[in-house]
Design a binder for this molecule. Structure first.
Ligand code: ZN
Length: 682
């Protein structure tokens, strides 16, 4: 429900999939996996054999899947990732339903949390009463100078107002945790939503203001006042957004690293009493902090100054309602869905309650729930197999580096050092999080959520000034995703993704290498994409490229910027080649590395399975993990905010750069899947 702090602050980690995290996340609906009689593990009934693989490989690999899997009403998009996440969630549901009364305190906790969330009747009966204490405190504020303690309290329980605060590795000394203050407190998905002047964007802003007004009126604010306040809140958030960086700039780590002393921060934002705030959140002594976007904090100070105290209070009330909505009474849930589910992403129906509650439990008690999931679903064979593949793919990158013609030996040596330092994390954490300090009370859904957020916030604050714990995970075990963390130089593969269609002990190697193998290659390549390459072997933001090699890299990357920038996401909205550069680099490099690793193990004469050669099965394995469709609203939002390209281009954009693909499917040189200028970075 409330955003997990970890995700807010790990700026530069790169998840694999384009998960839309608004209002409802990740849980899925009806369609299960339909399995054809396949020897290879490929989804044969997903293929569109009437399509020409050399014309549109995505259509060939996924055409029938797309035709046969309409987007469920409660989803804004639907794909293979979602199918698998849905299956994982079924497992989690079973675990959660039997957890309470199971004996051990940890099971009791996840069981009670889930049961409290499921008890809609009790939640509805309470109405807005659970928010009363907070609303009273906000009501008691008389001047802007009194805001710091209440902002501190709201941040502690996960309400995102004005800015974000927490802990993150110091980009330039990545072994140490440092305090971090980041922009925040804006209810629209991204800063440009406040400024775009096309008709759709204007309409969304009108809907947003109406939504804010409705939420305030649900809190009991008289309608006329709610309407006026919503306008004021929009002005306030727009003023904050003016000071914020756009999505592309935020991908540049040098633009979001500004190490300041608390005194310097105070000078930047004289209107906000920082020491009071630090005291309010119970922060350890802070000697320096990363103020990611100084311009934002300047704008924040000016906004605090120029906004009336009544409007500031209305803004706080709105965000309290917004953050709490998912576990409040039905009118809040419905209104929240109407804007964040329907208007923004096109979903038609609210997701069933159990799916939402599974998701919230995963968000708030993920490593308690994850332990039970791993016991049930993740065997040592999958772990050993994945690790073997990871080592092979790392060896493939080593080979690739050794044979590069565009990089000097000096930079190659550094790259090799970085590659050898990559840590591989597979399945689940070695040390599980200890939730014993977190109190979960049956029948108190909102309180549970707030206490879970406070637990996490304090856990983050506790790290400040200490050594970074690289064994920690940024994703929970049942998650169908993966990531690279450039500040830790490690690749992470949760148990949730190490299953079909990504990986199966029963599948042909080609399908596994095209699936999870390419996922591994993708994450590994992130260490060397336009963002990752700026961090060294120890995770420090440090130049290790010669100027000549950096230029050669940038020239090669520009080819991908141009290629993907030419793809249309929807209507007149193009894919943003710069925003998606890191992901596209990872997709292209990752698939190539996986192919190298795979071919090293293919024994001649190659066998045909399901009518496909080993190379064809490999490419189809890649194509089929990306079978997906997206509603127009969600596609638009993705293109404007998400660093990943739409699935179709993740498939076609990559294979059309590969001579190996052309050969595998005997494509003629003038077919669409054979680009005239084939891009290659790695
Ligand atoms: Zn990625």
């Amino acid at each position: 429900m409330m955003k997990r702090l970890l995700c807010v602050f790990v700026f530069v980690s790169c998840p694999l999939a384009a998960v839309i995290t608004y209002a409802q996340t990740r849980t899925a609906a009806t369609a299960g996996v339909t399995s054809g009689p396949s020897q290879s593990g490929l989804q044969l009934d997903a293929l569109d054999r009437s399509a020409d693989p050399c014309t549109d490989f995505f259509q060939f690999a996924c055409g029938s899947w797309v035709a046969n899997n309409p987007i469920p009403a409660d989803r804004s998009s639907w794909g293979r990732f979602d199918e698998l996440q849905d299956r994982n969630n079924e497992t989690l549901k079973t675990i959660l339903e039997s957890a309470a009364g199971g004996g051990d305190p940890q099971s009791q906790k996840i069981g009670d949390y889930y049961a409290s969330c499921m008890d809609e009747k009790a939640i509805d009966a309470k109405g807005i009463a659970p928010l009363d204490p907070l609303l009273k405190k906000i009501g008691a504020v008389t001047t802007a100078s009194e805001l710091a303690p209440i902002v501190a309290e709201l941040h502690t329980i996960g309400v995102d107002v004005f800015f974000g605060f927490g802990s993150e590795a110091d980009f330039k000394d990545a072994s140490l945790e440092m305090a971090i203050a980041d922009r925040g407190g804006m209810g629209l998905p991204e800063r440009d939503y406040y400024f775009r002047d096309d008709a759709k964007s204007k309409e969304l802003r009108e809907q947003y203001v109406a939504h804010v007004a409705k939420m305030l009126s649900l809190l009991g604010v008289p309608q006329a006042q709610a309407d006026a306040s919503a306008q004021a809140i929009m002005r306030l958030e727009t003023a904050l957004a003016k000071g914020a960086l756009d999505v592309v700039s935020r991908r540049d780590p040098t633009k979001i690293y500004h190490k300041l002393t608390p005194e310097e921060l105070q000078t930047l934002t004289p209107q906000f009493p920082w020491q009071q705030y630090f005291k309010g959140i119970g922060a350890p002594p802070i000697y320096a902090l990363n103020v990611t976007e100084p311009d934002f904090f300047r704008a924040l100070g000016q906004t605090l100054d120029s906004t009336s105290v009544d409007d500031l209070k209305a803004y706080l009330r709105w965000h309290v309602a917004h953050s709490s909505a998912p576990v409040l009474a039905k009118p809040f849930v419905d209104e929240n869905f109407k804007f964040y589910g329907t208007a923004l992403t096109g979903a038609k129906e609210l997701r069933p309650r159990w799916k939402r509650c599974v998701q919230y439990t995963d968000g708030d008690l993920g490593e308690a729930l994850g332990q039970a999931f791993v016991k049930e679903k993740f065997g040592p064979e999958a772990k050993a197999d994945t690790l073997k593949m990871v080592h092979e793919i790392e060896a493939a990158l080593e080979k690739d580096l050794n044979t590069l013609t565009w990089m000097t030996d000096a930079t190659k040596r550094e790259a090799m050092t970085k590659l050898h330092a990559v840590a591989d994390k597979i399945g689940y954490p070695d040390n599980w999080r200890d939730y014993s300090a977190l109190r979960i009370a049956r029948g108190d859904a909102l309180g549970n959520s707030q206490r879970a957020n406070a637990f996490e916030f304090r856990r983050q604050l506790n790290k400040i000034g200490k050594t970074v714990d690289k064994s920690e995970w940024g994703m929970t075990p049942p998650t169908v995703n993966a990531y690279y963390n450039p500040l830790q130089n490690n690749i992470n593969f949760p148990a949730g993704i190490l299953q079909p269609p990504f990986y199966s002990v029963k599948s042909d190697a080609g399908v596994n290498y095209g699936g999870v193998g390419a996922v591994v290659g993708h994450e590994l390549t992130h260490g060397f994409d336009d963002q990752g390459r700026q961090f060294d072997a120890r995770g420090n933001l440090k130049e290790w490229w010669t100027a000549q090699d950096a230029k050669a890299f940038t020239d090669r990357a520009q080819c991908l910027v141009d290629e993907y920038g030419g793809f249309t996401a929807i209507d007149d909205v193009k894919v943003n080649g710069k925003l998606t550069l890191g992901e596209n680099t990872a997709d292209n490099g990752g698939l190539r590395l996986a192919l190298m690793a795979y071919m090293a193990g293919v024994v001649a004469p190659a066998k045909t399975l399901d009518g496909f050669t080993p190379e064809q099965r490999f490419f189809l394995g890649w194509g089929q993990i990306w079978c997906a469709t997206r509603r127009p609203e969600a596609m638009r939002m993705m293109a404007q905010t998400n660093p990943h390209s739409p699935e179709k281009y993740r498939v076609n954009g990559v294979v059309s750069n590969m001579p190996e693909f052309q050969k595998a499917f005997s494509c003629k040189a003038d077919t669409p899947m054979v680009r005239q200028t084939q891009c290659r970075v790695w």
